[in-house]
Ligand binder design. Sequence first.
Ligand code: C5P
Length: 303
Amino acid sequence: MSVSQSVTVRVPAKVNVQLAVGAARPDGFHDLANVFLAVGLFDEVTVTPAAELRITCEGPDAGQVPLDGTNLAARAAVALAERYGRTPDVHIHIAKDIPVAGGMAGGSADGAGALVACDALWGTGASQVELLDICAELGSDVPFSLVGGAALGIGRGEKLTVLETGGTFHWVFAMAEGGLSTPAVFREFDRLAAVADSEIPAPVASPELLAALASGDPDALAATVSNDLQPAALSLFPALADTLAAGRAAGALTALVSGSGPTTAFLARDAVAARRIAEALSHSGTCRAVRVAAGPVPGASVL
Ligand code: C5P
């Protein structure tokens, strides 16, 4: 087999414009109303026939990426191979641009990317429904990495409804020094809820937020974004408050923690304002790196 049989898939990061979190379920997960927006920060996953499954990774955060069977990209290849009765004999190379452990679904992106790439390489002919099933087994955010655009995820976040968007939203993302573990942030959410001793309402998507997305109006979206994990992320990583304040001071329409963090997200009125906010944040001394990205963008796509 020749290298020309390689398949490369580009797959985006996400920001949660609403993350409503319910009480812990008996299985340890939390019911969510999770409004995802795919944004233009991408990993590229390339699969090439090989003697056996192996993973390599390049990029600024590559050193933090596990290169064993726990990597979601490896698990995706194994899951698809098992379903189609073949061996996952591929070299998976990840060109990583999405921050690692950042709350932007970088690991999920690689899982969805490897799944789509192996599906194309092996010509399995799996349906979208089958691929989404495998994604849901791999992780709560993986189905969204496959579909991209904008979507509401309920259940663990894996049951998706595609959402309309009326325009492009311009964002600035500030990467923090270090990462946060998603399970640790959910545990902190549970701890804070126990301390507050108040009833946690069932999570529901905000009609005002869905209308704002559909309108494409950044001011309307800024007025309606919310993240129930933000207090937990701030409790574990208090310095994020300084980053949020720096972005607000620089003119962001709103500032929030992205998913479980510690990446912070800043909504700008347009591309010019985004560049201005990014410039101010990069000189604020409150973050490791700053990126500008717009969304929605498509999900996992074969290049
Ligand atoms: O589904 P995924 O493997 O990405 O989830 C990682 C962890 O995040 C879970 O083990 C759980 O601790 C937490 N989680 C949760 N409720 C969700 C999604 C994730 O508690 N809906």
